[in-house]
Design a protein around this ligand. Structure first.
Ligand SMILES: [Zn+2]
Length: 190
């Protein structure tokens, strides 16, 4: 009996490509789910007032890793909440300055300072510092410790020349994304 020759398979590189495509698709799905959830977070703030009145939002927006001697690091959720604030929170008495603007929140009167640092060609680190209006009551729960992060820290620039990553990872606790959203949404006890 003649042994039938099987054709050599030509698909040896396919599994690797498929795995890469699958990883990309999963990452894309994760980003899309995150985008919807962060929109929902802002809807939650608007339902109660505005993000300025949530201490955890203010602390997250204002987080600057230079406070732990590792400037230039940020996370996806940090940059997302800062840029979404521009879209969702109107300001009055707005004035521009080099690299940013400032003004007062129309809803609550808190002072908003917003700017971007171009740390590398076209790569910006976005900043938002909210100073609550005098006697404004907080709507969100207090901070209780360091600002957690959900997405991994990344360095805005071609490479981190120091040993910044261990410093930021030690300073800010990493939490699951759903826990981060729950933490950001929590209301002050009444
Ligand atoms: Zn406000």
């Amino acid at each position: 009996m003649t042994k039938r020759r099987t054709r050599p398979t030509t698909t040896s590189s396919t599994p690797r490509t498929t795995r890469t495509d699958q990883r990309r698709a999963e990452e894309q799905a994760r980003i899309e789910a995150f985008t919807l959830s962060v929109q929902d977070l802002f809807a939650h703030y608007r339902e109660h007032g505005c993000p300025c009145r949530f201490p955890r939002f203010r602390a997250t927006a204002a987080r600057d890793t230079k406070e732990v001697s590792a400037p230039g690091f940020t996370t996806f959720e940090h940059q997302a909440v800062v840029t979404l604030f521009d879209e969702k929170v109107p300001l009055r008495d707005r004035v521009g300055f080099s690299g940013g603007h400032e003004g007062d929140c129309v809803a609550c009167g808190s002072h908003v300072r917003r700017w971007g640092d171009e740390l590398f060609r076209g790569a910006f680190l976005e900043h938002l510092v909210i100073t609550p209006a005098k006697d404004l009551a907080d709507l969100g729960a207090p901070l209780h410790g360091p600002v957690p992060h959900a997405w991994p820290f990344y360095f805005v620039g071609p490479e981190d020349h120091g040993n910044g990553r261990p410093l930021v990872e030690a300073a800010y606790p990493g939490v699951a994304l759903e826990d981060w959203f729950a933490w950001m949404r929590e209301l002050a006890a009444t």
